[in-house]
Design a binder for this molecule. Structure first.
Ligand SMILES: NC(=O)C1=CN([C@@H]2O[C@H](COP(=O)(O)OP(=O)(O)OC[C@H]3O[C@@H](n4cnc5c(N)ncnc54)[C@H](OP(=O)(O)O)[C@@H]3O)[C@@H](O)[C@H]2O)C=CC1
Ligand SMILES: O=C/C=C/c1ccc(O)c(O)c1
Length: 815
């Protein structure tokens, strides 16, 4: 049960007797007009505040127009509140009358749960937001800071540093903490790292300033070319990319460690994810109306992360204010009178503000009970004593801008045009000529493939691949102009037999990525011979090969080569090398050949991409680990989902899923299987060792999502605890859809993970052998492969088909 809000000592006595004036919207037109409201009398733990300034956040605009479909009217928005204390309750120790204070997005929480204890009141199930939230103590709806006064529990009040002017400091209470918190917790506050700030509005411009205060390189990505000069010259950004300028976007591809996405509208995310380096993170703080759409490939290739972040805790808010004061970070504000608020909203909707409107409440909103009927007249803004406004610091930090300017025409659309192939064929030196020839063991018995759809082609096995392989799922912009050097070009002389598909009928579909040969990813090259869970024995090795000899039991997974010299390769993440060559359907840009996979009798592979089977590991039950195993093992390792006692969900109990369950149990974790097949419950619990088959809301530390179809992700994100992570390894055909609130509330993460590096693959195999983890397999003959594919499409396999290549596929060119 959700905790209720903390009951203050004087809760019962909280009469709403104090009168105040608010600016309220009464319906979804969003028009704001004065309204008399009541405020509770000051309780023992309360601080009563005369409001002097309130920033206009885009959330206020979303809310008054009911864009999130949760608005209770009348609504008095405002959660960037700056003012002066007028009265404190008897338990209040940190504040006294006359203090310069602020209130942000929250006014209470349970104050007793783990989240509150850790300082993350923003994740407390009992959090009470500053406006449009029901106060469970008395059932009233909270009213925000577009009002003359407010009474708030002391825990939710922060102190303005002396050096911070109230008008320029007010926006930090929401805009500031909203960008500061994810920068802090996602490691985007590290000097020298490269931060992208997407959307240069209220939140965005503060993110730029904080990024520079942290010593980072900052690139602004904006839809407004007109903001370039001031971003570079006034805000201190290092670079400015116009999101609709294809050349600028291309030049910035794969350069950013992280992006703080502050955009309030639904825009295509895929091109923006391309700006991230491998392992890069986009942190969503913007809250557009409709679900986010993200093609799974853009998340999974290069292990990108899309995380949400929701404001920040109170301790961090004070920390941020103090740090901002120290570094002279304030908001650039346009201070307006209360009667300008509707115009300000119109201009905000057009992104026509540099960069935050702040309402001068103290001087322009009269605190009278007759406000219901009265139009608020702006008054001179000089009546706030300057010691209150500016604090005791003499020089003012930043500037107050009153640059009321005509609303310009804005081109809002981000170019939907995907950057087709941003990775050009890398400059490569010849790959070292160390190859191992591998053959499926003992072809003792030959069963002719029973197919009338395909003549198994004889395949040339590419021995040396120094090609560039563009991202799966994008069109294949292969640079064939790159001439092979003599020593790097291999003759394709050896013959083998493969099971291939000639067209998108999908006949002879691949074992693990069924859709691939149906061309659902639009990248198939026919004939295609799939297969990347290859187990066999070495028949021959090249002269430089040191790790293998004839007769060794070995495996090959999803890659057969990479550049072997870039940082990624050096770190052991060949899976993120721009020059990766996949085991099948990959183009070698040196000689233009297409790789053929393991539904074939033999293969020749560079030794780096060959792993050794531990003695205890049967080849047939071990083969699936070469893809299924490493694909789940790698994200479990790198996302901290291998920790004893943690609770992991495995979504989809198929080839990948059942291996994930076994690894999680080997790691000593609690495992819940989330499956669409009730029939799998018993074996999940009894044979695979899962602890539960039905997941409970907010209980999981992480979910490994292995589902190959597009399913609604929103409800599944609800199963995660705050800060929980869903790791996508399944690759559905259509873009993932996720409502922004499901990501942002509770700071959830949706990350992609793409196979794993070679070092980790060997580590995973060795660990699997140690813990007796193998795949549950159904070994079939080559002639059964199409039936197997049909059954796989229906999830009718427990849990991996393995083709007995050695015994059922003849190794002759005439096959
Ligand atoms: N997660 C959280 O805890 C919080 C979330 N928010 C949310 O963050 C978002 C940003 O708030 P705020 O900074 O106040 O809003 P602003 O309106 O000030 O800034 C948003 C910026 O996004 C860009 N933008 C807007 N529309 C489009 C479009 N159609 N296409 C491309 N870019 C666009 C513009 O920047 P440019 O001109 O540079 O392209 C604009 O200036 C809102 O959705 C708000 O609700 C706010 C507070 C807390
Ligand atoms: O705990 C939830 C807070 C949500 C929230 C607060 C403020 C704001 O501007 C938001 O967009 C969300």
């Amino acid at each position: 049960m959700a905790p209720t809000v903390a009951s203050d000592a004087a809760a019962g006595a909280k009469q709403h007797t104090g009168k105040a004036v608010g600016l309220a919207a009464r319906d979804a037109s969003g028009h704001l007009a004065p309204l008399t409201i009541t405020r509770r009398s000051t309780g023992d733990d309360d601080v009563a505040i005369k409001i002097l300034y309130c920033g206009i956040c885009h959330s206020d605009l979303h809310s008054i127009k009911n864009e999130w479909k949760n608005t209770t009217y009348p609504i008095v928005p405002g959660h960037e509140i700056a003012g002066v204390v007028t009265e404190v309750g008897k338990n209040v120790t940190r504040f006294k009358a006359g203090d310069r204070v602020g209130v942000g997005c929250m006014v209470n929480s349970c104050r007793s749960c783990d989240r509150c204890a850790e300082g993350f009141e923003n994740h407390c199930p009992g959090v009470i937001l500053t406006y449009n939230s029901v106060d469970p103590i008395d059932g009233t709806v909270t009213y925000g800071g577009y009002s003359s006064a407010v009474v708030v529990n002391q825990r939710f009040v922060v102190r303005f540093p002396d050096a911070m002017p109230l008008d320029q400091g007010a926006p930090l209470l929401c805009a500031g903490i909203t960008v500061y918190s994810p920068m802090k917790y996602h490691g985007l506050n590290v000097p020298g790292k490269h931060l992208g700030v997407l959307g240069l509005g209220g939140l965005g411009h503060v993110a730029v300033k904080l990024g520079k205060a942290f010593g980072m390189k900052v690139t602004v990505i904006s839809s407004s070319p007109g903001k370039r000069q001031e971003a570079l010259e006034r805000l201190g950004a290092d670079a400015f990319v116009v999101s609709k300028n294809a050349d600028e976007m291309k030049a910035a591809m794969a350069t950013l460690d992280g992006i703080i996405n502050t955009v309030s509208a639904n825009i295509p995310l895929a091109p923006l994810m391309g700006l991230l380096k491998p392992n890069g993170k986009m942190i969503m703080v913007g809250l557009p109306e409709k679900p986010l759409e993200i093609p799974p490939f853009d998340l999974i290739m290069s292990n990108k992360t899309l995380a949400g972040s929701c404001i920040g805790g109170m301790r961090d808010t004070q920390e941020m204010l103090d740090l901002a004061a120290k570094h002279g970070v304030t908001a650039d504000v346009e201070v307006v009178g209360a009667d300008y608020v509707n115009t300000a909203m119109e201009r905000l909707a057009k992104a026509d503000v540099r960069y935050r409107f702040v309402i001068d409440i103290g001087n322009t909103l009269k605190d009278t009970a007759s406000a219901n009927t009265r139009r608020v007249t702006p008054e001179p803004w000089t009546t706030v004593p300057s010691s209150i406004l500016h604090g005791r610091a003499t020089p003012r930090i930043g500037r107050s801008h009153t640059n009321v300017r005509p609303a310009g025409t804005r081109l809002r659309t981000l170019q939907g045009e995907r950057n087709k192939d941003v990775r050009s064929c890398p400059e490569v030196t010849a790959y070292p000529a160390r190859t191992a020839a591998i053959k499926s063991p003992s072809p003792a018995r030959f069963v002719a493939p029973q197919t009338q759809h395909i003549t198994p082609p004889s395949i040339s096995i590419s021995a040396l691949q120094r090609a560039h392989r563009p991202i799966l799922g994008q069109s294949l912009g292969v640079d064939r102009s790159m001439a092979p050097t003599a020593e790097a070009t291999k003759q394709h002389t050896s013959k083998a037999v493969g099971l291939g598909a000639l067209d998108a009928s999908g006949h002879l579909a691949p074992l693990t990525i069924t859709r691939s040969i149906k061309n659902e990813w639009n990248n198939a090259m026919y004939p295609m011979i799939p297969g990347h869970e290859i187990a066999g024995e070495v028949t021959e090795v090249g002269k430089n090969v040191t790790r293998f000899k004839s007769g060794d039991r070995v495996g090959v997974g999803c890659m057969v080569n990479s550049c072997q010299s870039c940082d990624r390769c050096t770190e052991g993440f060949e899976n993120h090398c721009a020059g990766i060559i996949f085991t099948y359907n990959s183009v070698d840009c040196i000689d233009g050949t297409v790789t053929y996979g393991g539904y074939s009798s033999a293969v020749v592979v560079h030794e780096r991409f060959v792993v050794r089977f531990p003695d205890a590991m049967p080849l047939d039950q071990g083969a699936p680990l070469l893809c299924a195993g490493i694909t789940v093992y790698s994200p479990m390792k790198y996302h901290g989902l291998n920790v004893p006692g943690k609770h992991v969900g495995v979504l989809g109990l198929g080839g990948l899923g059942h291996v994930a369950v076994k690894f999680a149990k080997a790691f000593g974790m609690k495992v819940t299987v989330i499956s669409s097949s009730p029939g799998k419950k018993q074996e999940a619990l009894e044979r695979l060792g899962a602890d539960a088959f039905v997941a409970v809301m907010a209980t999981l530390d992480g979910i490994i999502n292995t589902v190959s179809a597009n399913i609604p992700l929103g409800p599944l994100m609800g199963l995660l605890k705050p800060n929980g992570k869903m790791i996508m390894v399944g690759l559905p055909e259509k873009p993932l859809e996720i409502p922004p609130f499901n990501l942002i509330m509770g700071n959830k993460t949706l990350a992609g993970s793409c196979i794993g590096g070679m070092r980790d693959t060997q580590e995973m195999l060795d660990l699997a052998a140690k813990h007796g983890v193998t795949a549950d397999v159904e070994v079939v003959g080559a002639d059964y492969v199409n039936t197997a594919m049909e059954r796989l499409a229906k999830a009718d396999v427990r849990y991996r088909f393995v083709i007995d290549i050695g015994n059922t596929l003849k190794d002759t060119a005439s096959a």
